[in-house]
Design a protein around this ligand. Sequence first.
Ligand code: NAD
Length: 342
Amino acid sequence: MAVFSSPHFDGHEQVVYCHDNASDLQAIIAIHNTSRGPSLGGCRMWPYETEEMALTDVLRLSRGMTYKSALADLPYGGGKSVILGDPDQDKNKALFEALGRFVHSLGGRYIVAEDVGTTPDDMAVIGTMTPHVAGLEGGSGDPSPATAWGIFVGMRSAIHEQLQRESFAGLRVAVQGLGNVGFELCRLLHDAGAQLSVSDLEDSTVERAVEQFNAQPVSLEAIYGLDVDVFAPCALGSILNDQTIAIMKAQVIAGSANNQLAEDRHGEALMQAGKLYAPDYLINAGGVINISYEGPSYDRDVAFAHVARIEETLTEVFHRAKSENIATSVAADRIAEERFQG
Ligand code: NAD
């Protein structure tokens, strides 16, 4: 399987294949760029159908972390790891101990955190083998409130730019997904006077939002075409595609979901449709910013003040996009690339 010639290689510094006989660990650690500092990124456990799919995933995700850390102005580079396996069936203590030893062997060039399929408990096991682990229970805690705060301040930048609005009062926002981030975002928006429409797979969560935030429940499909000011995707990726962009009435898209653009060209499509898209990896960086402050001297106010800077970075991205007549997704990439050395 080709690594250097993979279309996703993109100048990665290091790609480490890890195997441990005793636990049957199969994992790949990818370090994209450390010019700003050690690479930081989650460990994803997933039953990949092929090794190639695992490699593609880890390369794309670690590159994404370089851009994310740069735009969040963190002293970190980009890295990621994947464990090939089913998190519901294949987890055991020895597996994470083995991964911890591999992380440790990199001498701090890669700092691991949780991601899809891994938990703070798994990180605690890794932490018995290496100090190069973040997101431990008792550390900075659940990253979701910080992520929601970043979406909130980022949305403030976007509504100022696109709708010339200084306040959320009366703003109509459709929130897709009422999980850890979406529900907290609803709370912030409701407190600021916004009118909410919400959808989720779980009826009970929708009911809670109706009760607590006077939200309007809508069906899973109807959320895309609602007559609202802002669409806040907080559930799934790839929801900005040919079908949804064609029916979307919202002028602003600002939410936490990762990989919202189905394809890169959809950033351009949104621009052509006159919509302002807040690039996902910038606006949803609150959680990783919060984790970066973890440690004995963690101060929530200091961490959240850094998260609030997402607002000014987004404004910079919007202005760059306008002056160069490019999509906001492209402007964000360009600003990130100016902040790290390739
Ligand atoms: P979560 O799993 O707690 O919540 C996701 C919610 O979306 C669930 O309530 C689920 O029922 C709902 N959902 C799933 N499919 C849906 C659909 N088709 N329509 C409507 N609702 C649907 O996840 P989370 O931690 O709140 O994260 C939300 C998104 O933000 C994810 O894409 C995640 O990758 C991204 N993100 C989260 C963080 C964080 O700090 N938690 C940080 C960065 C990015």
